[in-house]
Design a protein around this ligand. Structure first.
Ligand SMILES: Cc1cc2nc3c(=O)[nH]c(=O)nc-3n(C[C@H](O)[C@H](O)[C@H](O)COP(=O)(O)O)c2cc1C
Length: 370
């Protein structure tokens, strides 16, 4: 449904990967390497998929990962994700490059909003975002480390996704074919403002001027672990490092005080030939020990994927694109529908596997198909 509602240039921005999109395909395929080995004649009449993470009990072992500029695809998407996540009692990670502000998200989902930052070239911006997150009462902060440089998203290049947009004949035709999206885009003022970044532009800056500020700040190719360490010192609550793939980086992040890791390859959007996070989970778990929560994203599309991730050592699985597609297709109800499908799939898989508690899943339930 989302595909039919969006002009191709917009749909492809969400759906696409980087370079030849090998990583994007592999993220989904890698789950097929594993089978789930069931046990029968276990009492599974009551099944529990809740997980306790950072002292909070979440109703399902999944959450929504941070995604920027979602207002481009449907006006108000950020807060739709927040609302649906709060209703399902799962985490919603707001991106610092979202269109709603973190303060607005906290109003909608006070117990479920987490916040993600990239480090900025002018470090005072990162530290100010952290101050705002702290003052808004956020408990869980993510630093995304896997965007050290800008990359070539070839679908965007082919589609002419650029700022300012040059209206080519193809873009004009696509727009005519999607009048609902075009109407909503102009009705809501065109390019949506990156609300979290607006305070770092001049007063009254347009969305374009705020986007200019953003592009002078990110990517921060000079970022190092010592900056991560300084952020650790400035942030009094849970710190999660997002984008970890190497077990040594995992150990280093935990060594400098991270409370959790999000093992991720950015949904195949940064380093095309990176391993799928699911392949690195067992090694990372071995490197950091049993106590550190490991979250995983990139390619999670079904409840069984989250179960496989759990068997390999993950605490929780996050997903990105399915949430956006749900919002584009059906607003808050669409996002809730995506989550209810995942929830039902996890529930039947647990029953079918003879494991009544998600948290009891482990490697004993997994077989390598090969
Ligand atoms: C449209 C879009 C925007 C994204 N923006 C961000 C972002 O601002 N910060 C970030 O850390 N990751 C961002 N990501 C990556 C996601 O957080 C996540 O790692 C990825 O989407 C997971 O893969 P999946 O979409 O296959 O579930 C973005 C992904 C998408 C699809």
């Amino acid at each position: 449904m989302a595909r039919s509602r969006l002009p191709r240039i917009a749909f492809d921005f969400v759906d696409g990967g980087v370079d030849g999109e090998e990583g994007l395909g592999w993220n989904a395929q890698v789950f097929r390497k594993y089978s789930l080995l069931p046990r029968y004649c276990m009492d599974v009449s009551k099944r529990d998929q809740s997980v306790t993470l950072f002292g909070h009990s979440y109703s399902s072992p999944f959450g929504i990962c941070p995604m920027g500029i979602l207002g481009l695809f449907r006006h108000g998407t950020d807060l739709m994700l927040a609302e649906a996540a709060a209703a399902a009692n799962v985490p919603y990670v707001m991106s610092s490059t979202s269109n709603a502000s973190l303060e607005e998200a906290v109003k909608v989902a006070p117990n479920n909003t987490w916040f993600q930052i990239y480090t900025t070239r002018d470090e005072t911006i990162s530290f100010d975002l952290i101050r705002r997150a702290r003052e808004a009462g956020i408990q869980n902060l993510l630093i995304t480390v896997d965007v050290p440089v800008s990359v070539r998203r070839e679908r965007n290049m082919r589609n002419g996704f650029s700022r300012p947009l040059r209206v080519t004949p193809r873009i004009a035709l696509e727009s005519i074919a999607h009048p609902g999206w075009v109407y909503s885009y102009f009705k809501n003022g065109g390019l949506p403002l990156m609300a979290n970044f607006a305070p770092y532009a001049k007063p009254g800056a347009t969305a374009d001027e705020v986007a200019d500020v953003y592009s002078t700040q990110i990517p921060n190719s000079g970022q190092t672990w010592s900056l991560v360490e300084n952020i650790r010192k400035a942030w009094p609550h849970n710190l999660i490092i997002k984008g970890i793939l190497h077990p040594d980086d995992a150990a280093r992040a935990v060594g400098l005080g991270a409370n959790g890791l999000l093992v991720s390859n950015h949904g195949g959007r940064q380093l095309d030939r990176a391993p799928a996070p699911i392949e690195m989970l067992a090694e990372i778990r071995a490197a950091v020990g049993d106590e550190i929560p490991l979250l995983v994203d990139s390619g999670i599309r079904r409840g069984a994927d989250i179960i496989i991730a759990r068997c390999l050592g993950a605490t929780m699985g996050l997903f990105g694109r399915p949430a956006v597609f749900g919002a584009v297709a059906g607003g808050v109800a669409g996002v809730s529908k995506v989550m209810s499908i995942l929830r039902a799939q996890i529930d039947t898989n647990l029953g079918q596997m003879g494991c009544s508690r998600f948290e009891d899943l482990g490697i004993q339930f997994l077989r390598d198909r090969r």
